[in-house]
Write a new protein. Structure first.
Length: 357
């Protein structure tokens, strides 16, 4: 069985795709975004996968790839087009190559047009294809910089994508309207730039008149991506918190294990977000905990020291997780949840004040 996840970076409107083989647990990640490293690493771990390759559909101009960082942290290989001009990859791909993950593989199709190093990845059974910035949902990538070529794009789409089965689901690298996928049959019929009876000259003329502004991150992203995303600051930018050994949750926040909290609790602010009757009830509460019910937290953040780390606690870990998210929105940067809450704390033998045996 294929494991498949479509992930999204809202800043650059980039889709990242995780594909895994259920038997071997090997996986590949297409078009990772640097800033989403923690999200991707956490999902891979939660699903019990081993990342064997990161794959680029092209050298991106709107975000820095997370390929080099993932390689350093997870030990995977980095692969992209041989014609991309990028340095530092472990494998350079050409037409017809296969990238295996367990018993599954992606077939490589060279599809220049947006850049001269664009690739489309086709799943082994041709049920899915990942088109990068070549073919978008009812649209196409631009062709006005980075060796873009409208003639090449038209021919790539017609020869390499529209030749796939009608039911093949197409997944682009970007969408700016919240759309997630399309199909060969849909795009062949309804794409306003490339579908129906539209000819090559029609397409080329329309592309020459798009008049789009250049991507905001282009001057930073392209040089970095020509080094497979290697930057001088990546370790500092995405270093794990220094105040405690924490784990990152796929929902977007940090968590702390009870035994770690027991060792450092004198150095952190413990915020118990239960109601007063629970705080003083059978489960008891942690020594030094400050009671601020979740419903009051937004109006009482002034009681908290922004310079000291905060650990949020509740009965089961659910309300405290929401408290962490809310505190992050208020600008608190050193915040973690106690998963399992007081139930887990008590079960692990943690000391409490009050409560019953």
């Amino acid at each position: 069985m294929l494991i498949f996840r479509q992930l999204f970076d809202s800043t650059s409107s980039t889709y990242t795709y995780l594909l895994g083989d259920d038997e071997s647990r090997e996986a590949v990640l297409i078009d990772p975004v640097f800033e989403q490293f923690r999200r991707d690493r956490t999902l891979i771990a939660e699903l019990g996968l081993t990342l064997v390759w990161t794959l680029e559909t092209h050298v991106h101009a709107d975000h820095v790839t997370g390929a080099s960082l993932l390689r350093r942290r997870l030990g995977c290989g980095v692969a992209l087009a041989a014609t991309s001009g990028a340095e530092g990859a472990d494998r350079y791909l050409r037409q017809g190559d296969r990238v295996a993950f367990g018993a599954r593989y992606l077939e490589v199709r060279e599809t220049p047009g947006h850049t001269n190093g664009c690739l489309t990845y086709v799943l082994d059974d041709r049920s899915m294809a990942f088109t990068g910035d070549l073919l978008l949902i009812r649209g196409s990538g631009r062709t006005d910089f980075q060796q873009g070529d409208a003639h090449a794009m038209f021919r790539s789409v017609r020869a390499q994508v529209f030749s796939l089965p009608d039911a093949c689901t197409l997944y682009p690298a970007h969408d700016y309207r919240g759309l997630t996928a399309t199909s060969v049959a849909e795009e062949r019929r309804f794409n306003p730039r490339l579908g129906g009876q539209i000819g090559e000259n029609d397409f080329v003329e329309s592309m020459a008149n798009l008049r789009l502004p250049h991507p905001k991150q282009m001057d930073v992203a392209v040089p970095a991506n020509l080094r497979c995303g290697a930057t001088s600051s990546d370790s500092a930018d995405l270093a794990d918190p220094a105040w405690a050994p924490l784990s990152y949750h796929f929902a977007g926040f940090w968590q702390i294990d009870p035994h770690v909290l027991a060792e450092i609790r004198d150095r952190v602010q413990i915020v118990d977000v239960r109601e007063p009757e629970e705080f003083n009830g059978p489960l008891g509460h942690l020594h030094g905990a400050r009671l601020i019910p979740l419903g009051e937290l937004a109006s009482r953040t002034g009681e908290l020291d922004r310079a000291r780390p905060i650990v949020a606690v509740c009965r089961s870990g659910a309300r405290s997780a929401q408290a962490v998210v809310n505190l992050q929105k208020e600008g608190f940067t050193q915040v973690a949840n106690l998963p399992g809450g007081m139930l887990r704390w008590r079960a692990d033998g943690g000391e409490v004040e009050g409560g019953r045996a």
